[in-house]
Design a protein around this ligand. Sequence first.
Ligand code: SF4
Length: 373
Amino acid sequence: MSARYEAEPLTARRVSRSVRVGDVQVGGGAPISIQSMTNTLTADIAATEAQIRALADAGADIVRVSCPDEESTAALKTLTRAATVPLVADIHFHYRRAIEAACNGAACLRFNPGNISESGRVREVVRAARDNGCSIRIGVNSGSLERDLLERYGGPTAEALVASVLRHAEFLEEHDFREYKVSCKASEVTLAVRSNRLLASRTDAPIHIGITESGSARTGSLRSAVGLGVLLAEGIGDTLRVSLAGDPVEEVRVARMILRSLGLRSGGVLVVACPGCARQQFDVGRVAEALESRFGERVETLRVSVMGCVVNGPGEALGSDIGLTGGGRGTHQVYVGGERAGRVCAGDGGEDELVEELSRLVEERLGLTQGRQ
Ligand code: SF4
């Protein structure tokens, strides 16, 4: 069921060492994994479990949960048993939370050892991580950089962010712990790009990329696509998170689309549609949007083209799994597997019929037709 048109990677990926997050390999040439984060109270096990499931169903490979208190790390015991994807415990300052999370099944700790002043405590966290097969992500953000680095570099510059990552990493290296990945996030796209370029030249650890606090679904998706797109196109990034305010499932959909656009992963129903113009024989936008909202959460790889007329329609349809090209007098051409498969007649205002016909074909192709008349 492969479409004829699929993006190909623009460049070779940066060589990084491999780190495990549960059964997911990050770095070392593994596929770029998609992460997201729950926004429920972690101690609310039912709600968090449901959200982890929704994220995994949408295609997340790894899910992070906040662990600000003991109730949250205690909940990890149940959550990690129920989850089908590895969980990362997000710890900020309290070393005991890190130890509890490692002991309660977290596959990775998001934890900056430099935030803990005593070396003995770092040793305890490292021991708990090692004993429980747990990796660590050092995560530096432009909004929470150490004061001395801000002063030395004159603000949250790329050099300051990378210096912070490397300083945290040293704490782990001192304890002979190399099962860590790193991230350098900023809400400014250009700063995030510059920081990650610099970071990529200074370490062989796998890099988790993301534009932090990128905004709402629309703004954040665009800003993430630009920032992550630049980095990924340069071969930088072993795992990623698209951070959006709102439903985290949308983060996974956007991440999948970014990776697919760059030929770095397959997956998802991609609806290719022309912008429409005076030649369009039906309302292209309406049909495309209806299909996206109906199939946007599917993880199977499928390409559907919705084109308003014969100018570019047949060409796109031939490269798609399913295609629709607008024709004259309300008679439109349908393509399946790159071949003409018949016509569908839908006059003025017939977009609903077109959506139904294309949906039927998509469902048939995805093996979802049971129960549909
Ligand atoms: S395919 Fe046809 S309708 Fe669509 S933008 Fe091109 S010319 Fe216009």
